[in-house]
Design a protein around this ligand. Structure first.
Ligand code: ADE
Length: 222
């Protein structure tokens, strides 16, 4: 799978792509990620990529030409185009699963006041990572890239995501502990030390259910 990220601030991705699991996935060729500065595609003599909004108003709006030319230069019949915007559909784990099966994702990061509306016609999906407004689409692009890459077979131990919160069972994660069994008087539940895996599975399920009922009852409605 390949992910092409279009951004005016490609260096924001340096740390993200050069640490930990994402770095290893790239080195192991499980994923190819390129970050393209779409300013390189502008035909404006001053390298401008934005302009003032028709009808007036604050801020600058990303113009059509650089983004259309960039997408058209890299798009293939297998590409799926995603635009990061706070007005997109709220992102969730189910989308991460679907997107992890695609061959080529093109993720467009906005900045400033937003996109010229005509740019949205390029998108197969407009995605928001939550009901808050960030300074640009770079962090949201990293969020969705991370959630997708970890689902690509061989990137992490598959058992690690079978139990993830937000999978089909719609339960939050059960509590986990590691050594020591007693840390400053805070004890690991006895059941986890019992070696009885049937009972442990049942306890974990009940704890996950309890946590979901307390914190995210909306997930149980599904
Ligand atoms: N760009 C700015 N804020 C955003 C958000 N919440 N989700 C996706 N893209 C954004």
């Amino acid at each position: 799978m390949k992910i092409s990220i279009l951004s005016l601030f490609p260096h924001m991705f340096d740390g993200f792509l050069n640490e930990s699991i994402i770095k290893r996935a790239i080195e192991d060729k499980k994923i190819e990620i390129e970050v393209i500065d779409f300013r390189e595609y502008t035909k404006d003599p001053h390298k401008k990529v934005d302009d003032t909004p028709y009808g007036g108003g604050a801020g600058m709006v990303l113009a059509c030409q650089p983004i259309f030319d960039c997408v058209n230069a890299i798009k293939t019949p297998e590409s799926k185009v995603i635009i990061m915007t706070p007005s997109g559909i709220p992102y969730k784990q189910a989308y991460a699963y679907d997107l992890s099966k695609e061959k080529h994702l093109i993720i467009i990061c906005g900045h400033y006041e937003g996109f010229d509306e005509r740019i949205l016609s390029l998108a197969d999906m407009e995605i928001s990572i939550g009901d808050y407004v960030l300074t640009g689409g770079e962090l949201p692009a990293m969020v969705i890239t991370d959630s997708i890459v970890r689902l690509i077979p061989g990137v992490i131990n598959e058992e690690s995501h079978i139990n993830d919160s937000f999978n089909d069972n719609f339960l939050l994660d059960y509590p986990t502990y590691t050594k020591p069994a007693d840390y400053n008087g805070m004890k690991v539940p006895d059941i986890l030390l019992s070696g009885d895996h049937k009972k442990i599975d049942e306890w974990r399920y009940q704890e996950a259910l309890k946590k979901t009922q307390e914190r995210r009852p909306d997930l149980l409605d599904k």
